[in-house]
Design a protein. Structure first.
Lengths: 214, 128
């Protein structure tokens, strides 16, 4: 009889627990689901209306070069030059909740150095204008170098670098103000000259191409 | 007498098993319970969610932020799916909504996700 009672109690307990567990799983907690679809697009920026570019010259500390058709990078101490380029993204109509899926910066070398140089592309984190001078550089802040490219020794070629992270940040925070082009290599009088947005050859002007989401 | 008790015990045990299974099935099919569940399974105040993401220079998704989560969802699990072409899940992440709600920041998705492949986000909030 004791075995009989134990068997009955055990089976009753199993049946009861099955029903109890089912009740818990149905009746517990909150539930919500949803989705957000992203819109993709492409924006290409070039020309004086959306581009600011210039170079600064160590030899002429207060000189400006914003209206020139070219900008130069030169690593020669005392005569050093650095170039700057930025783009106004407002015409792309990308909200700050959007972002760059990919972005490239294209620069046209009008006069290549006689031996290939490596150009550093570094994001500028302070506002600047085409009135920038060498003596104002100390007031700027810079991010970590984004890209490098070799100039080669052939003139009239376009170099393209990826700047996705910087443009993504520019879209979201507005705290990236283009890039500095500099040559941190050995002291040399080998200059690299790039076309600016004022270039009379439209296809040589700097171009920023953004594939974005919003 | 002892043998009879064993036989009787087995018979009763078999009956009880059948009865227990029947009871469980009845519970699972109880439509009244499920209908009444409309009140219990609510959204903890979420009417919509959106996300923003950050991309590396290589174009990979490094962070997804989900803001404006209601405080009533504190303790719930938010599941995020990064959806690509054809509805494919490119990556997933889960996190518990903190006290007070707010923003959840996801930085790991179980896979490298290219921003260019990311077409939508799916969200699910479950519990508490």
């Amino acid at each position: 009889m004791r075995k009989l009672l134990l068997a009955l109690l055990g089976l009753t307990a199993i049946g009861g627990s099955v029903g109890f567990a089912a009740t818990l799983s149905v009746g517990s907690g909150h539930l919500w689901s949803g989705s957000q679809t992203l819109t993709k697009g492409t924006c290409t920026l070039t020309g004086t209306s959306v581009t600011s570019d210039t170079d600064v010259n160590q030899l002429s500390g207060n000189g400006t070069n914003g209206g020139s058709t070219t900008m130069m990078v030169l690593p020669f101490s005392g005569f050093a030059r650095e170039a700057f380029v930025s783009f106004d993204l407002s015409s792309c109509n990308i909200p700050s909740t959007g972002g760059a899926d990919s972005a490239t910066l294209s620069l046209h070398i009008t006069n290549a150095p006689s031996s290939s140089r490596t150009i550093d592309v570094t994001p500028v984190l302070s506002s600047w204008s085409e009135s920038l001078t060498w003596n104002l550089l100390s007031g700027l802040t810079f991010g970590t170098r984004t890209a490098q490219f070799s100039t080669g020794t052939t003139s009239d070629v376009t170099k393209t670098v990826t700047v996705t992270g910087d443009v993504d940040q520019q879209i979201k925070t507005g705290s990236v103000y283009g890039w500095r082009l500099s040559d941190s290599g050995s002291n040399s009088f080998n200059a690299t000259t790039f076309a600016t947005s004022e270039s009379t050859t439209a296809s040589s002007r700097p171009v920023l191409t953004i594939n974005y989401e919003k | 007498m002892k043998l009879a008790a064993h036989i009787l015990g087995l018979a009763l045990a078999l009956s009880a098993t059948v009865a227990a299974c029947g009871a469980a099935a009845t519970l699972a099919l109880g439509s009244n319970k499920l209908s009444a569940g409309n009140a219990a399974v609510s959204s903890c105040g979420v009417s919509s969610l959106s996300a923003t993401r950050k991309a590396s220079n290589a174009g990979t998704v490094t962070e997804v932020d989900v803001p404006s989560i209601p405080s009533a969802c504190a303790g719930a699990t938010l599941s995020l799916t990064l959806v690509g072409p054809g509805g494919a899940a490119l990556g997933n992440a889960n996190a518990t909504v903190p006290a007070g709600g707010g923003t959840l920041v996801f930085t790991s998705f179980g896979a490298t996700v290219l921003a260019t492949n990311l077409l939508s986000y799916s969200f699910a909030v479950v519990g508490p």
